[in-house]
Ligand binder design. Structure first.
Ligand code: SF4
Length: 77
């Protein structure tokens, strides 16, 4: 589970986020290229677009589940 207090401010607002625990492995960007992208300054993924469709959400969830260091969080009420 990602650590909410480590959420990167570069993520767009919304439920999915990447934390500073990211090791820039590229996995989530492969699964969900419309949600995650690389921030070159941070050498990290960030969420640049929150999922809007079920397909995008499924891809983002796959990326989250595949993250080797659990650096992707999902905050939902
Ligand atoms: S899968 Fe995890 S470690 Fe890999 S780039 Fe995405 S957030 Fe970073």
């Amino acid at each position: 589970m990602a650590t909410p207090s480590l959420r990167l401010p570069e993520n767009v607002p919304g439920p999915f986020y990447v934390t500073s625990e990211c090791i820039d492995c590229d996995m989530c960007r492969e699964f969900a290229p419309t949600v995650f992208r690389r921030d070159a300054d941070l050498s990290s993924s960030v969420v640049f677009h929150q999922p809007e469709t079920e397909a995008e959400r499924a891809q983002a969830l796959e990326g989250m589940q595949g993250c080797p260091v659990e650096a992707i969080g999902l905050a939902e009420d």
